[in-house]
Design a protein around this ligand. Structure first.
Ligand code: AMP
Length: 935
């Protein structure tokens, strides 16, 4: 805006009304970031009295001040009614703002009182030029939410101290939304950062601390030295969890899903989820249920129960988790999204996630950033998560912040999504309860993440066998003398006459008696009725479980037509249009089906049968290799259209989302989704197969072992593009060997489909068969368009997934003296070469499912070749990779008695593939020739 027009606009009658508020907004934006407002405004605002601190929006008199300054074209002669007062008024507002921004740096957050933080000069009125003479003067307090329009400076400073520098350190001024900031200010400032709890509520808080301490002391006495990752020091977690759940119940939540690390987990299980202490004691004593696979340690166990709140029962699910502390957070979020989808809840109001983090881990682990980055995206948002840090100020043995992080607080990552952070002194359970309620309300109001930094300490070492004084001598000297949170609060309540000393002792004894009895100690515990999914139909099936896969040809044609139909005004890119024209021809039977068409037909049949489908990955809508085009982009207005969503009125929902550029958090999310939703199909696609490396923790610790450790089934499908096409070391291999090496106990399936019909049947089998186990697919790249990798519609209508595909050419088996086994794309290289060379003595057998190894089908295929002694396994991968080492024993077992097995493939190599196309081609020709016994 030009200065003249700006002036004219300001002089208009609107200025004093709504526009003054507009100027305030501008001023606030300017204070956050001067360059965010027009230069003219920068010049005006720059002339306001300032002392270098960040200042706040102005109201009342300051509006006039703005007006006069802004209207005055001759800056040197500006006049106000009372210049001194106006200037002081601005400084008062700057002081308020200083507390809002930096009060947390002076708050009493460390229960041990060991923090040494530099003083914050901006919190001193003198720093703003306000003197003791001003203390009795009334000032306008602008947007400050405490008191009336004006306060004396003395009242103001005292209230600011109480609100911002007590046991709560509120960090929220990094949020750009004024509405959010105002909301938080209203909640904090109007009550001076303190709730007024009734005696009953106070007793409830104390009972939480009593339970937390009581359990740990009991376990410590009964099982001395046993690892339990005691909560002691962070006892406030128990009353905090209760308040979070109560508040979520009030807000209408039906389910709360919790993810947490080791510390305090036993307390969470017994004192919140209602696990029977007797069962826990049995586990300490080494007893376990034989039916539960190989199991896991106590402090990784999940649990489910219902919890009664005044707002209704809330189902609680604590996720099982491995020792990788932070990876469970995206799993929880995925689980929440699945539950939301099941309840047809788009806002997240019915299901609330709570993820509990360690202070070192939240700052140290990249998956936290990945998870936050997903938090507002379409495919992954859940209406916000409550993120709690149990900040015991030590990471195993490392406590010096200079070693654990480069940020002021461990929670600084929250700022990337503008989440508010409430640091709270865990020795003050009322402050903890206050921020718990505030956090839940914020989540429900704004649908975004919010952090609680529960600042506590660790009474014992990393675990109970550890000696913490060796590395934290001063801290532990202090801790030894520091009273427990229960004791501190009990004394406070006795002093306030809320309870008598006898009542406190009785509370301790009653809890201990409950523990002795071994029954549930949570009064709110209820038998589960709130969770709405039944896993029983999916239990106890193996991969051979029967299912009905037939879809009549006419149905496939009708679905195919629907899939190629889109509104006329939705203008496709010419290349996509060509693909859709080809698809029409495929449906009409004029063209063989390609991979993309078979794959989306599989989804269409499932949707038509009422199975929901969810597919995410970095380029899932289009497909990395331009083959899927499930999401059509209008070239004229960039709108999208998904034919899979327009099959029929009754069809099941489908979601296809391009994901954020992350593997770990996204795969963990999808694992969480699939472990919470057995109905339907959940797929994750890697852009290139080797990108799955970035999610190795999820593959090792959840997907491959979750069922055995925790009895948690998961039908997730991973599509991992794999194939040696000369694209270099990074884009050739999905590291098949890694998956095969993880295979045991039929824990997952590893498939390498080679035809469109196979991918169609594989996808349907994964959904229709009642077994729910991960499916790892080496999916193709060049095969997507290979002239030989095509199928007829009848193969879809009549066939089923073939775990092994025998010879397809009409060879005379008696003439065959060599049988080559292979998987994946190399098959077509072998076939083409054999046809070119007109060899009739080599049979080619494709193993389409490498694990579980299909021994029976292999035996059938080999029945014609019992006379053969020369068997070859041919692979594209180097010898130390691919299936050779991991699956060889299965191949050997399949051979006829005199059969010998040899290897044709690349030599062992440190890198998965070479970088030069010419070398690649030479190697590829050599291994094909070798397999076919050609020189
Ligand atoms: P949740 O809603 O996660 O608390 O689960 C409720 C109940 O469903 C659990 O207690 C289990 O019995 C069962 N369940 C949940 N998830 C799975 C799973 N992935 N595999 C097998 N059973 C499950």
């Amino acid at each position: 805006m030009q200065r003249d027009s700006l002036k004219a606009w300001q002089e208009s009658s609107h200025f004093a009304g709504a526009n003054a508020a507009y100027i305030e907004e501008l001023y606030e934006a300017y204070l956050d970031d001067p360059s965010s407002v027009a230069e003219e405004w920068q010049a005006i605002f720059a002339e306001l009295p300032s002392n270098g601190t960040v200042t706040d929006v102005a109201h009342g008199r300051i509006r006039d001040y703005f007006r006069e300054v802004a209207l005055d074209s001759n800056r040197s002669k500006k006049t106000t009614a009372d210049p001194e007062l106006s200037e002081k008024q601005v400084r008062v507002l700057q002081l308020i703002n200083a507390y809002r921004f930096r009060g947390h740096q002076a708050a009493a957050l460390d229960p041990l009182g060991l923090w040494q933080r530099p003083p914050v000069p901006e919190l001193d009125p003198g720093h703003h030029g306000l003197t003791s003479d001003d203390m009795g003067r009334q000032f306008n307090t602008g947007s400050y939410a405490y008191g009336g329009e004006t306060l004396t400076l003395k009242e103001l400073v005292s209230s600011l101290q109480q609100t911002y520098c007590g046991h709560i350190g509120a960090e929220y001024m990094h949020i750009t939304s004024t509405r959010e900031k105002r909301w938080i200010q209203q909640r904090l400032e109007s009550v001076l950062g303190k709730a007024n709890y009734t005696s009953e509520e106070k007793q409830r808080l104390l009972s939480g601390l009593n339970a937390a301490e009581g359990l740990e002391k009991y376990l410590g006495a009964k099982f001395p030295g046993a690892k339990r990752f005691s909560l002691e020091g962070g006892d406030a977690m128990v009353p905090m969890m209760r308040e979070l759940i109560y508040r979520a119940g009030d807000q209408g939540a039906k389910e709360v899903v919790v993810g947490m690390a080791h510390r305090g987990r036993l307390n969470m299980l017994v004192n919140i989820l209602g696990k029977k202490p007797g069962d826990l004691f049995d586990e300490f004593a080494g007893k376990h249920d034989e039916a539960l696979g190989s199991g896991d340690v106590k402090y990784h166990q999940g649990f489910s129960s219902d919890f009664a709140t005044p707002g209704g029962n809330v189902h609680l699910a604590l996720a099982f988790n491995p020792s990788h502390l932070e990876i469970v957070a995206p799993v929880v979020i995925g689980s929440v999204r699945a539950r939301m989808d099941r309840r047809k809840c788009e806002t997240g109001k019915l299901v609330m996630p709570i993820t509990i983090h360690g202070d070192s881990a939240i700052a140290g682990q990249g998956v936290v950033q990945e998870t936050l980055n997903m938090s507002q995206t379409r495919g992954f948002q859940v209406g916000g998560a409550i993120r709690v840090v149990i900040n015991n100020q030590v990471g195993f043995t490392t406590s010096n912040p200079a070693d654990t992080r480069s940020t002021e607080y461990c929670t600084d990552i929250a700022k990337m999504v503008q989440a508010p952070v409430f640091h709270v002194n865990a020795d003050d359970p009322e402050a903890v309860a206050f921020v718990a309620q505030l956090a839940v309300d914020y989540r429900y109001e704004f649908g975004r993440d919010v952090f609680i930094d529960l600042i506590c300490y660790r009474r014992h070492g990393h675990n109970e066998a550890d000696e913490p004084s060796a590395t934290q001598p001063l801290m532990y000297k202090k801790i030894k003398k520091h009273p427990t949170p229960r004791k501190i609060y009990a004394e406070r309540l006795i002093e306030q006459k809320v309870m008598s000393a006898e009542e406190v002792t009785e509370q301790i004894n009653t809890y201990r008696d409950l523990l002795e009895r071994g029954d549930c100690v949570v009064p709110e515990w209820r038998v589960m009725t709130e969770h709405s999914v039944d896993w029983t139909p999916f239990l106890d099936h193996d991969w051979t479980a029967a299912y009905d896969s037939q879809v009549p040809l006419e149905k496939l044609q009708a679905l195919g037509q629907a899939l190629t139909d889109f509104p006329e005004e939705h203008k496709l890119h010419s290349r996509v249009n060509k693909i859709y024209k080809d698809r029409e021809a495929m449906v009409a039977g004029e063209k063989a089906l390609d991979w993309g068409m078979a794959e989306i037909l599989a989804y269409a049949t499932l949707l038509d049968d009422g199975y929901r489908v969810r597919l995410t990955g970095q380029d899932s809508g289009r497909g990395t290799f331009f083959h899927r085009h499930a999401v059509l982009h209008n070239q004229e207005n960039a709108t999208t259209y998904m034919p899979l969503r327009h099959l029929s009125e009754q069809q099941a929902p489908i979601e296809i989302y391009d994901s954020v550029l992350s593997e770990a958090a996204v795969l963990a999310f999808e694992y969480g989704y699939a472990t919470a939703e057995p109905a339907g199909l959940t797929l994750w696609e890697a852009q290139f197969g080797d990108f799955a490396n970035g999610a190795q923790v999820v593959i090792d610790q959840f997907l491959s072992s979750g069922e055995q450790k925790w009895g948690r089934l998961c039908g997730l499908t991973m599509l991992l593009p794999h194939g040696y096409e000369g694209q270099g070391p990074e884009h050739s291999s999905a590291r098949l060997e890694r998956f095969l090496q993880l295979c045991a106990n039929h824990n997952m399936q590893v498939c390498v489909p080679t035809t469109p019909a196979q991918v169609y049947h594989m996808i349907r089998r994964q959904t229709l068969r009642p077994m729910r186990r991960p499916l790892v697919v080496m999916s193709p790249k060049s095969l997507l368009r290979h002239p030989l990798a095509v199928s007829g519609l009848e193969e879809l209508a009549n066939g089923t997934f073939q775990n092994v595909i025998g010879e397809v050419d009409e060879l005379d088996p008696t003439q065959v003296d060599r049988v080559v086994f292979c998987s994946g794309k190399v098959y077509f290289d072998l076939l083409e070469k054999r046809r070119r060379e007109e060899l009739t003595n080599v049979a080619l057998i494709r193993i389409e499912q490498l694990y579980p190894f299909p021994a029976d089908e292999m035996a059938k295929v080999l029945a014609d070749y019992q006379h053969v002694t020369d068997f070859v396994w041919c692979q594209e991968e180097p010898q130390n990779q691919g299936a050779w080492y991991c699956s060889q024993h299965h191949f050997w077992q399949a051979l006829p008695p005199r059969g010998q097995l040899s290897y044709a493939g690349r030599e062992a190599s440190a890198a998965p593939a070479v970088g030069y196309v010419s070398v690649h081609t030479k190697q590829q020709q050599a291994l094909v020739n070798d397999a076919l016994n050609l020189k």
